[in-house]
Design a protein. Structure first.
Length: 507
């Protein structure tokens, strides 16, 4: 029997980044316990610091207004951080606020950042509120919330619960079905050495083949084979940039590859972080990835010197500098055959002018390993002001936002995976602004069916003192190595040594 954890993936049926009001066409019920004048008896104001984007703010504001009816003494003040700001800058803003005694009650942040807030003694343990006999969550709700998401807030050295789920996502691989499926690699395979012919024997590409492909076979056989067939077509015979695969986040790619090939990080018995990615295997993988990129020359000012003709690359990413600027939209514009992105970004993978049919599958796995897809997203963390009214109000606001009705609305509206099992029972939801049967709606449905059938491949990275810095530094190192037009062992060793040394200062 599949565990409840598998049900989290079904929520991708409800993905739609900021595109209007929710109309799911289904009756839902809330288990929110209410009293006539609320649980908070004193006029109380709480601030919620969030990275919610403008497109999702309308629904969030409706939650704020409706919560006022449940808790009339509580004023919720959302503080939206956007305009190029990322979660790291949000963390810096919060920490500066600690020293000024001007910080929010609730902050939307990564678990890595919670470690830093705990060190400063600013995080509220919400377990007593969850277990409270009057306003805690019921036994039914405890079963309804996805357990791995709830357990995420209890992974720290300190006993207790220090965050509660709000936004979650993972990664999938989308592909151009028209060009990929049934592609005949026979002619390309005839160009290979006898050794490679023995190793790679598939000539007709099927959904089943893609569903279990390894990174090795993808880059050593499938990608170059498809380039052999379609390279000129994708580049319009050298006139435009093109690639076989785009991967949205180089940070996620590094963490995933490291986790598959030798490990990314771990935590010892005393809770201290350990670096595992400094090993020959992952270094060799980086060298190979670098070789798959078409490195064009750059001018002194860092701009690209446009070549007379473009070569189809095997790999590219939005974050690669001085190479391509097209990766974000390459797939939908038929300049890439595959793209790996967050499920919350599914709309960005709907083809322009509906020019091709989209297939969806798991990302490749390591040889002799299992599929691994990073579990990410930002929970709510509750900061401690030594004020019981503010603490209770903050918890009650989370409980209201994530009740059965509202968690369903949020997953439909925002593009994040739902956090309750009960979110996933709608067979054909009405997705705002998408007509049932339309190409965009069909992409959503394919994603739903794929995610519903996925094995338990989602994983979370370890959190520890310095884990946030580790991800940042490792990601910058990886990107720098991918951007090297010439990459040898000395450069790789130097970059790794410098990165590890920087990370160790924070462990």
């Amino acid at each position: 029997m599949k565990s409840n954890f598998l049900k989290i993936i079904i929520a991708s049926l409800f993905l739609l980044p900021g595109c209007g009001r929710v109309d799911d066409g289904q009756e839902t019920s809330s288990t929110q316990v209410q009293v006539s004048d609320g649980f908070v008896k004193t006029e109380t104001t709480i601030k919620v610091l969030t990275m919610i984007k403008e497109g999702n703010a309308e629904l969030f504001e409706s939650f704020v207004s409706a919560f006022k009816e449940v808790e009339p003494n509580v004023n919720v003040v959302p503080i939206y951080i956007s305009g190029g700001t990322d979660y790291d800058s949000l963390q810096r803003q919060a920490i500066v606020g600690f020293f000024k005694d001007d910080f929010p009650d609730v902050i939307q942040c990564y678990p890595d950042h919670v470690v830093n807030y705990l060190r400063l003694g600013k995080v509220l343990n919400v377990k007593p509120y969850l277990d409270h006999p009057v306003y805690g969550i019921s036994a039914e709700d405890k079963e309804d919330y996805i357990q791995p998401f709830m357990e995420e807030g209890s992974q720290f050295n300190e006993e207790g619960t220090y965050s509660l789920p709000f936004c979650k996502s993972t990664e999938l691989m989308y592909y151009n079905k028209n060009l990929v499926l049934n592609a005949d690699l026979t002619e390309y395979r005839n160009t290979l050495s006898p050794e490679l012919k023995d190793l790679y024997q598939t000539t007709t590409i099927t959904e089943e083949y893609l569903a279990d492909i390894t990174w090795e076979e993808f880059f050593d056989y499938l990608a170059p084979g498809l380039k052999y067939i379609y390279g000129d077509t994708l580049t319009d015979y050298g006139k435009q940039e093109a690639t076989i695969l785009t991967y949205k986040s180089t940070d996620n790619l590094f963490v995933t590859l490291a986790s598959e090939y030798g490990g990314y990080t771990d935590v010892d018995d005393e809770g201290k972080g350990q670096i595992l990615f400094d090993n020959p295997t992952i270094k060799e993988k980086i060298k190979k990835l670098n070789s798959y990129i078409s490195h064009y020359k750059t001018a002194n000012d860092g701009s690209i010197i446009t070549p007379d003709t473009y070569e189809c690359s095997l790999f590219d990413s939005e974050k690669l500098e001085n190479h391509y600027n097209f990766a974000k939209s390459a797939f939908k514009n038929s300049r890439a055959l595959f793209t790996i992105t967050s499920n919350a970004s599914v709309m960005s993978n709907v083809p322009s002018s509906n020019s091709f049919d989209v297939g969806i599958t798991s990302i490749p796995r390591s040889k002799n390993g299992k599929h691994m897809a990073i579990s990410q997203g930002t929970p709510f963390t509750f900061l401690d002001h030594q004020d019981e009214n503010r603490a209770l109000a903050s918890y009650l606001f989370w409980k209201y936002v994530t009740n059965r009705e509202n968690s369903l609305k949020w997953s439909l509206y925002s593009g994040y995976i739902g956090i309750r099992n009960s979110n996933y029972g709608i067979v054909e939801p009405k997705i705002p602004n998408l007509e049932k049967g339309s190409p965009a709606y069909n992409v959503y449905m394919k994603q739903y069916y794929k995610l519903r059938e996925m094995p338990e491949e989602m994983f979370q990275t370890k959190t520890f003192r310095g884990s946030s810095t580790c991800r940042d530094v490792a990601g910058q190192m990886f990107l720098s190595l991918l951007n090297q037009s010439t990459l040898d062992d000395d450069i790789i060793d130097e970059k790794f040594s410098s990165a590890v040394s920087s990370i160790n200062k924070y462990l």
